[in-house]
Design a protein around this ligand. Structure first.
Ligand code: FES
Length: 650
């Protein structure tokens, strides 16, 4: 087929594309992000672009009004290239800037930490738990002579056992090759890097350098999420976090949930592409971390260098872990949902394509099952839930809501598919929490006029998860919505009107918006929201009852994840997303999965505990529990059909 020049705006990025290729494919090849929640199926309507010059074939949809179609609006996934074209990606179809929360309210500190069992570095040291999976040892070896002509390698192994009580060493061939020169470069004084796998009982010498470099040992901990990837760089000497950063997962343009990623991975070269995108995003975050990280007490020796990083610990859901390691994920999405593996062997980071030195080890958190992944296990570890005596509910709300209940004695867990509503998916003007996202809403009970707060105080562009929650709660409290999620049509306000998709509330009028249309919430959006919140509430209630307890027995609730960190408890209880529990029982852990990765990066003892926790975690398949369906149906009301459960909501 003929090839054409496609230019994407803003940014004037150009790519050559074959006739018949879709605009979405062309954008992906350029590494440009266009929202594609459904992965290119033509169903989500999030990939809307505007043809500014030239023409395309197809791309019409009921999601695009005839007037917009006339103006050149098309779905990028359906629009086939037929000639040179200039295409605009409107703000709402792009990633937006900022909005990635690397801290947030959940940053575990002070009081919050004291109430949870979250470790800090001092505590790890105090309890004798500080034992990084990869450590550096300084050796001062006796010089060989006529009376002592032991081999260089033997000399190292002897010294490790006598000086440091480190036994069962294996020296790999690449390290053996470096030894003679390294030992003689600084008069038999050298630093060896030792990796300690949890299972094998053997320790591996991964590197040797002349001189003493023990104070220059750094580790990475990553939370590899379906939407975003966060990383921290830790100084293994002081235990300090030197830098933290994040980026949107490069796979995002291939669909928003794990299923669409698996489907893509099943295509020819799809798995390679998914792996490459995950690795690229980690590398991108790594570059940002390195640019930021200057260990203060080591200022004289300068910034952290890439080759000084000796391990990367990654917590991710089961699908992401498979995609990162290049394992076939296809059985994860088919009953009986079998992953290739739940325990993952340590691998050389460089073999995955991570831009780290040959000696750096990559360690992935083990999973429980296909839908209870290493990210949850890491959350249970990071929040200290596995050490508490209190009956605890751990809740991480994303596209999948992950629920863990238990204490140090026992743990049960379940994942329920909440759908992407809390990340802005399936909502007409929904978006992620990027710049311009409406994150908070109050409604004047008299005039029914809204008052908004947006991320970055930008002109509003769309509604993010927390904005949606607060909006629905406010509309319900003011009587604009009834308990079935329907608008009270008779109310005297011009904010309510009948739109293209039924009744809607106009949250922002076009003249005040940062986009070229009104921002509205319609009844279909509200139904989607109700399904999402119902799935979570029903999941929690079912799981609690499956173990013979009641919601009232819960002694604490730990909220994790980006959405959880910004969750307004009042609003969440008003709509029946969270059970009515005394507010002082709620704790925010922030990115629990990243916390867990950090802990494992600091302590092999904790890595051993992880294995025990994985074995302890009993996973429930909610779709197989009949009570769940009933709970789910009963929960699709504001707040619930059983008002006894929500005495506080009037
Ligand atoms: Fe195009 Fe979903 S409609 S990606």
């Amino acid at each position: 087929p003929a090839s054409y020049r496609i230019t994407f705006e803003p940014g004037n990025r150009t790519v050559t594309a074959a006739g018949g290729e879709t605009l979405l494919e062309a954008a992906r090849r350029l590494g440009l992000h266009v929202n594609a929640s459904c992965g290119g199926d033509g169903t989500c309507g999030r990939c809307r672009v505007i043809i500014e010059q030239g023409a395309v074939n197809g791309g019409a949809s009921e999601k695009i009004s005839p007037a917009d179609f006339q103006q050149g609006h098309r779905l990028a996934c359906g629009a086939e290239i037929t000639g040179d074209t200039v295409v605009r990606i409107p703000v709402e179809s792009g990633l937006g800037k900022g909005g990635l929360t690397t801290g947030g309210r959940g940053e575990v500190a002070g009081r919050n930490r004291a109430r949870m069992h979250v470790y800090d570095i001092e505590e790890l040291r105090e309890h004798g738990l500080f034992l990084p999976p990869v450590e550096k040892f300084f050796l001062e070896l006796p010089r060989p002579g006529h009376a002592d002509n032991m081999a260089d390698a033997g000399r190292i192994i002897n010294s490790l056992s006598s000086q440091y009580d480190e036994h069962r060493m294996v020296i790999t061939l690449p390290v053996l090759k470096k030894i003679p020169a390294a030992l003689r470069a600084d008069d038999f004084r050298a630093t060896v890097t030792v990796a300690r796998p949890v299972h094998s009982g053997k320790n591996f010498v991964m590197d040797i350098q002349p001189g003493n470099w023990t104070r220059r040992n750094f580790a990475l901990a990553f939370d590899l999420g379906t939407t975003s990837i966060y990383g921290i760089l830790v100084d293994l000497e002081s235990g300090k976090v030197l830098a933290r950063d994040g980026a949107y997962n490069g796979q995002l343009s291939y669909g928003e949930d794990v299923i669409s990623r698996i489907i893509y991975a099943e295509k020819p070269q799809g798995l390679e592409r998914m792996q490459e995108l995950a690795v690229n995003t980690i590398n991108q975050v790594l570059d940002k971390l390195l640019a930021k990280a200057h260990p203060p007490e080591e200022a004289a020796r300068g910034a952290v260098r890439r080759e000084e990083i000796s391990s990367i610990t990654i917590a991710a859901n089961t699908t992401m872990t498979h995609l990162l390691l290049g394992l076939d994920p296809s059985h994860i999405r088919r009953a009986p949902y079998v992953p290739a593996s739940t325990f993952l062997p340590p691998v050389r980071a460089a073999d995955l394509g991570l831009k780290l030195d040959q000696h750096a080890v990559a360690l992935c958190y083990p999973a429980v099952s296909s839908y209870v992944g290493g990210d949850i296990v890491a959350g249970v570890m990071g929040s200290g839930m596995y050490r508490t005596d209190k009956l605890t509910l751990y809740l991480d709300i994303g596209t999948n809501a992950e629920i863990v209940i238990g204490s140090r004695e026992w743990l049960v867990c379940a994942a329920c598919s909440a759908g992407p509503a809390f990340e802005g998916g399936g909502i007409t003007h929904g978006m992620r929490a990027a710049q311009g996202a409406i994150e908070d809403v109050a409604i004047d009970p008299q005039t029914l006029e809204p008052l908004l707060t947006t991320v970055g105080n930008r002109p509003p562009v769309g509604i993010c998860g927390s904005g949606l929650l607060n909006l629905v709660a406010a509309l319900f409290t003011c009587g604009v919505l009834d308990s079935r999620g329907r608008f009270q049509r008779e109310l005297a306000t011009d904010r309510l009107r009948e739109g293209r998709s039924g009744w809607e509330y106009v949250l922002v009028r076009q003249q005040e918006a940062g986009v070229e249309h009104d921002i509205v919430l319609n009844e279909v959006d509200i139904q989607n929201f109700m399904r999402a919140k119902a799935a979570i509430f029903a999941g929690v209630k079912t799981l609690v009852e499956e173990v013979g307890l009641a919601i009232g027995d819960l002694e604490q609730v730990i909220l994790a994840g980006a959405f959880g960190s910004y969750l307004d408890l009042d609003a969440a209880m008003t709509v029946g997303l969270l059970p009515e529990i005394a507010p002082e029982k709620f704790l925010y852990v922030g990115n629990g999965s990243l916390m867990g990765a950090w802990m494992s990066a600091m302590s092999n003892h904790i890595r051993r505990d992880v294995v025990a926790v994985v074995r302890k975690l009993t996973s429930f398949e909610l779709s197989e529990v009949t009570a769940f369906q009933e709970q789910y149906t009963a929960s699709q009301f504001l707040p619930h059909t059983d008002l006894e459960l929500f005495p506080g909501v009037k």
